[in-house]
Design a protein around this ligand. Structure first.
Ligand code: PLP
Ligand code: COI
Length: 342
């Protein structure tokens, strides 16, 4: 049992300082040793490339306390590959896969007392960060990089957890351009989405849906999660777009949906198709699956299922993925990486 005394069942998605974070530096053309530190503060050059020219990217993944008391990370190799893809896109030094895996495993192992107990619905969120640290004033890539990994216990991203939320379509501000960097996890994407997301929240919509920024006709994704819908004839449909993040959760749900006998379609989704869906979900590491009850576009409101209850298919998908994550169901796809205290 964890020694920490937190109200595990009522955690939000907030920063909490835990015991240790990990750091490795890339200097003189090679990665150094991974080191653990208790203090999450560090000093940085005021001319560091990450601060001026945005060479910063991150990942998000979760560890779960399983039914048998052990802890395991969900698909960390996929996050390692995605961080490397992101790094290459913005000319950063990609951390080797083994270094990334070592960092995230140690983040869990050294903070094991912060991994929430089984049965609370909470999990341990791991946040790897990569930044270009060397000083530069002309635009160009840094020659030195730091990889950090920190983690903390979290509850649901949207306060009611697996409960329908209202979404609005944000058309005053785009978040990602075609052929831009929406398909990778650079920090600047989240700054680009903040104004739109906050404007939506202010109007009473916890989540904003973005359309393709070229013509505002096709569905892209939510600010921090992918879009998927279940059609009235039971197909799982999710956008095929070059400007959305390839979500590991979405890919996992597609596998599960297929195993449940649903047909999976990855294709452009015209906004006019919204009435064809009986259920809509936002999916991602932080959001897991968040059912979407309504989507508002100007004065038009599309609704999906019941306001106070998740739909049947989303519920089955949610139970299946969480069942695998919490060790209640067989890990038949080999998605969980056990982490020990060593
Ligand atoms: N889309 C965006 C913009 C995100 O930030 C995230 C979260 O990482 C996702 C989708 C979901 O991706 P994943 O399921 O890999 O967490
Ligand atoms: C995640 O789901 O891990 C994300 O990165 C989304 C958000 C918290 C930035």
């Amino acid at each position: 049992m964890p020694q920490r005394q937190l109200d595990w069942s009522n955690l939000g998605f907030e920063y909490i300082r835990t015991d240790a974070c990990l750091r490795a530096d890339f200097t003189n053309g090679k990665w150094g040793e991974l080191a653990a530190c208790a203090d999450p503060m560090f000093s940085i050059h005021a001319a560091a490339v990450c601060l001026h020219y945005g060479q910063a990217c991150f990942e998000g993944l979760k560890a779960f306390r399983r039914k048998d008391g052990s802890a395991a990370l969900f698909r960390p190799h996929e996050n390692a590959k995605r961080m490397a893809d992101t790094a290459r896109r913005v000319m950063m030094e990609p951390p080797p896969l083994e270094l990334f895996i070592d960092a995230v495993k140690k983040t869990v192992a050294l903070n094991m007392d912060w991994v929430p107990p089984y049965g609370t619905g909470a999990s341990f969120y791991v946040r790897p960060l990569l930044i270009g640290t060397s000083p530069r004033v002309g635009v160009g890539p840094a020659s030195e990089y730091s990889l950090f990994s920190l983690g903390m216990p979290v509850g649901p991203y949207y306060k009611n957890g697996f409960f329908p939320v209202k979404a609005c379509i944000q058309e005053l501000y785009d978040r990602a351009a075609p052929l831009g960097v929406g398909n990778v996890k650079v920090a600047g994407n989240y700054a680009a989405g903040m104004y739109g997301d906050f404007e939506g929240k202010h109007k009473g919509y916890p989540i904003c849906l973005y359309l393709d920024s070229a013509c505002h006709r096709y569905i892209d994704e939510f600010g921090t999660s992918n879009f998927f819908g279940i059609t009235k004839d039971d197909r799982y449909v999710t956008p095929d777009s070059g400007s959305i993040l390839p979500s590991i959760t979405n890919r996992s749900l597609q596998t599960i949906a297929e195993s449940m006998g649903l047909k999976v379609e990855r294709r452009k989704i015209d906004i006019e198709e919204l009435p064809d869906f009986k259920e809509i979900g936002a999916c991602g590491t932080a959001a897991v699956i968040t059912p979407v009850y309504s989507v508002t576009r100007g004065d038009k409101v599309y609704t999906f299922g019941k306001e106070n209850e998740a739909g049947e298919t989303l519920t089955r998908l949610f139970k299946e993925i969480q069942g695998i994550q919490y060790g209640e169901l067989e890990d038949k796809y080999g998605w969980m990486l056990p982490v020990g205290k060593d």
